[in-house]
Structures are given as structure tokens and as C-alpha cells.
Design a protein around this ligand. Sequence first.
Ligand code: WT7
Length: 633
Amino acid sequence: MKITSFDHYKDVYKHSIEQPEEFWAGIADTFVWRKKWDKVLNWNFKEPNIKWFEGAKLNITESCLDRHLDTIGDKAAIIWEPNDPSEDHRIITYRQLYEKVCQFANVLKNNGAKKGDRICIYMPMVPELAIALLACARIGAIHSVVFGGFSAQSIADRIQDAECNIVITSDGSFRGNKEVPLKSIIDDALVRCPSVKRVIVLTRTRTPVAMIKGRDVWWEDEIRKVETQGGKVCEAEEMDAEDMLFILYTSGSTGKPKGVVHTCGGYMVYTGFTFDTTFQYQPEEIYFCTADIGWITGHSYIVYGPLSQGATSLMFEGIPTYPSPGRLWDIVDKYKVNILYTAPTAIRSLMSFGDDPLKQKDLSSLTKLGSVGEPINEEAWHWFDEKIGHGNCPIVDTWWQTENGGHMISAIAGVTPLKPSYAGLPLPGVQPVLVDEKGAIIEGNGVSGNLCIKFPWPGMLRTTYGDHERCRQTYFATYPDLYFTGDGCLRDDEGYYRITGRVDDVLNVSGHRIGTAEVENAINMHSTVVESAVVGYPHDIKGQGVYAFVVCPNQHGDDELTRKDIMMTVARIIGAIAKPDKIQFVTGLPKTRSGKIMRRILRKIAEGDTSNLGDISTLLDPAVVEEIKAGAL
Ligand code: WT7
């Protein structure tokens, strides 16, 4: 939605909360529907039961592809920049993307996929990844993308939880100077996944792979088959607005990852609306989101949001520091990028290389900047503003979560005022509230509390796959009739929101969400470990680092080697992204008499703030605290 002034925003916002159904119906009208809804919204947060656009029929790919053919068929939908800058880039127009999606949708059908099937996607950042998502959506199959950095064990857990019958992967992926053998990792995962009957393998790295007869097929061979069948068209499956579109697993404070479920109608409307509104996208603009499609940011703001709005979405296979820390700036310069959407961790990392990588880079095409994933500190904000945005690009700091589907609290580029380190004001339709410990809503400004949302928005999760009770427990049971985000938050004197970080046992490491319980479980798998406790600590680049306190009495005497063994264990069980940054060996953990680990104390020690550990008299063995303090890393 194009918003012309701050006053206009205020009017729109007022309307959106006074007449939410009318407001969202107006937005929804700008998308393609086979049949319009009978009712805009039906909801309660008790069960929860949330239904948007009930009775409506659609296929999201018709809004992302078909509708653009006659108008912008020759416009670039995806610009793809490879990991290695000397390899050719690719430009895929809306018409080409439409054809490729239809072709691959036919491949899926030829391989037995049908509406409602769950399909696991484990792929590098190549256009075929976006094509795979859209092809699933085209035939009504539910995609479950697993980020390329997760281990075989993590993939297996996710495949089993969703009972996927097909996996789409590639021989390998290029990331910086590394080559990751994706297919081989999938092979390890599939030993434990009897539900999988077919693996479709894209050629990317030419890494040798084991192709299992009757199970594995090559993407390219399958495309050739549909080409001879003349398959550049594939009628889109008609979906109910509330049919599942995808599952995306994310970490919580306890146990195993949850499969967050998003549905077709609401997700389409919300991602399209927020993309258009937050960035105030103009038709000729080149938009570059540096996220990976393995995370929600990539789903919503590389694929679905930009494409439903007819944008040109730039997709980058590599990493910001390869082959040099000027890589992102080279890309901006090469394609004359207008909108750059990235993460604070990337900004801090690039900032640490100084100004050299910026020399001779023309960044004058940039007009809008975005940040996502974690709180952005003021130093990084100002560097981003001055060095990258040449002091005149609005920075939209977008706060939201996997469960939200799209932006929730954010500035609107060029419209609402900016405050460094503040996400700002809620987008239209979003009703944040702050609550105190007891769950009472805190009114007024200049206050802090736990951030909740009191009214549904179309992009919100509907359930956690296969376990609705878990969804209720996690998000809707802490405070009655509110969606609880898990974030702490401050609302300043003017009503601007500043997210202060998670208040639960969830870490945000380089913008990746990691559950401390998951990391502990992984560490405890190591043969010499008796128990462990994991907390976060402030990290200059990553935002938060992973600090593990490990009880490991029978190790072989070489601390360094044991540390590496534990790291290796975590990489095997979860993936390299969850590896602890620091491992401190301790003889015991501070516990209450009832056996509960006092994380508060460990967090303080990890933060290097041992001056005031609070009351430790209730501990089973207060002496252990002294030992841990003395050995802190
Ligand atoms: C958590 C959600 C959906 C974005 C990618 C991460 C933190 C996210 C911001 C921001 C401060 C932020 C929150 C949130 N977070 N964006 N702009 N400012 N914190 O999605 O993995 O679901 O993590 O990321 O703590 O709860 P996610």
C-alpha cells in the first residue's frame, strides 16, 4: 500500500484497527482469487482458531506469476548472482519463471506428488530453489524448506515430523570457498525416513553423489521428460484460503523445533501487503534481500512478497565476505540495487573491515535500506546509514518472527520517522500491547514489558504441525487472549517500539534462532558429558554468542580436544550454526534444591557481570558459583 505521509499512515492505521475486516478485505481485493471469501475473519485466541478469508479459493502462484504475464511478462522477476563472481549471473523474467514453475510442477506430478503432500526442500540459493517452492504451491503440495546449514539429524527430525514423501535437493552447494555435499547429507538423513519415496536432485556443484535406483532422480532428466510432453503449462490447483501453504521449523525454548504452519490466503495477502508497504516498492526498483530462503525472511521477502507485487528480486548464492568483504557492495554496484534488506550481524561483520572494501564502489543507486532478524545497535545503524545509505536512505528496522509471516513493527520507508535501534510503529492492522509479569496490559507510553499482539493479522501462524496443543501452549497460554511473542520491549514517550530481545530461553545468534534446550541436548549426546547449561552472551558480530557450561568429569585430559569433540557433536546433531562459541568445563551447575538450573546466575557470569549475582542462598551448593566465576572464559 502506498502511504504518502505520516498523517496518512495515522489515518490508515486508525481505520485498520477500527474496521479490521473492511481494511483487510480492501487489501485482499488487490490479489488474484478464484472465488472471494464468505467471511473475512473468524477467530479466537483461546484454542486458537484463526481463519482469514474463509470460503475463498485461490492459488498463490496466480498472484505471483500468472497475473503478471500480460503486463510485466518480460520484466526480471529474479536476478541471480552466483557465489563465484566470475560465473555468469542469471536473469529470469516473469514469463520464464512462470514456465519454469509450471514445468517443475509437472515434474512433481510425474513423481507422484499431489495436493496436501509434504515436500522437504534442502537446496542452495539458486533460482531452482524459488522455483521448487512455487511449484509445490502450484500443485497444492506443502513445502518444508530446511536451511542448508542443518545437519542430517535435524533434517531427519523435520522430515519425520511432517512425514514428507519427496525431497528436493542438489548434489552440493557453494558457500564462499566451501562446498557442502547436500545430497550426501540427505542420504544420511533418509536412513531414518521411510516416508520418503522420491529424491529429486539438481546439478549444481558436480560433487559425486550416490543415486539410489528407484528413489533418486535428476532434476534435469525429469525436466527433459516434461519438455517432450510439452509441459510448459500446469493448471494451478485450486486451494482454500485456509489450506496449508508451507511448514517452516523454528526453535523454541523447550524440546524439538516446531513446524510453524502458514496458510495460502492470509500469508499471500500479508506478505504482499507488507512488502509493498514497508519498502514502498516502485515498479522499476531492484530489490535485494540478503537472507537465505531457508529462513522465513527468504520465504516472505525473496519469494512470495516481492513476486506477488511484481518486483525484481535479487537472489545471492554466496556470503557477504567472499571473495572479499566488498562483495555485497559489488552486487549493489553491478545491478544498481535500489533497496537493500539485510541483517545487523552482516552489517557488523562488514563494518569490522573498515572503509577499504567500500572504495570504488558506487552505492548511489540505493534509496532504501532494511534491517531484520535481531535488534540493530546504534553503532551499526549509523554505519549503515552513513557509509551505505550515504546519509539519505531511510532504514526500515523490521521486527517480526517466523510465526508472524511478515513485518509487524517497522518504519515505512520515507514515510514514518526513524529512530536508530527502534523498530518504530506497528504496521497497519497490527495491534501490539505490552504486558507485565502478571499479564496485565501496561497502558501509556514510556513503559517496558513483554510484547504481545492482541488481534489477529492475516499472516499469523495457524498451528504447529501435528500438534495444535503445542501452538496453544507456546503462544496463547502465557497471557489469556493474547499472542505472546517471547520478546521484551520498550515503548518510548512517543509510542515507538524498541525490541530488547528474547525473554525466554531462545538465543538469537547472527539472526538465527537457536533454542538453548536443543543445544544442551546435543552437547549431552557427547559420551563424556554428564550435563550442561547453555546461555547467550553479548557478541560483537553475532549479537549473541553461545556459552556452554559443561560437566564432563571423565574426559581424557585434553580440554581443547574435548571442546572440539563437543563442537563436532553439536554440528552433527543440529548443524554448525549452533556450535558453542565458548565451552567452560565445570564440576557442577548451580541448582536450586528442587534441581532447577539457575540460568540467571549463569547468564550473568557469561556476560562477565559477576558483581551482583543476586540471592544465591537458595542454591543446593553455593560453592559451585565461586568455582564457575573463577573459571569464566
Ligand atoms: C526473533 C524472531 C523474521 C525475521 C527473522 C528472524 C528477533 C527479529 C528483529 C528486529 C529486534 C528482532 C526477535 C524475534 N528479531 N527482527 N528488527 N529487531 N529483534 O525470525 O528466527 O523467527 O526470530 O528475532 O527476538 O522474536 P525468527
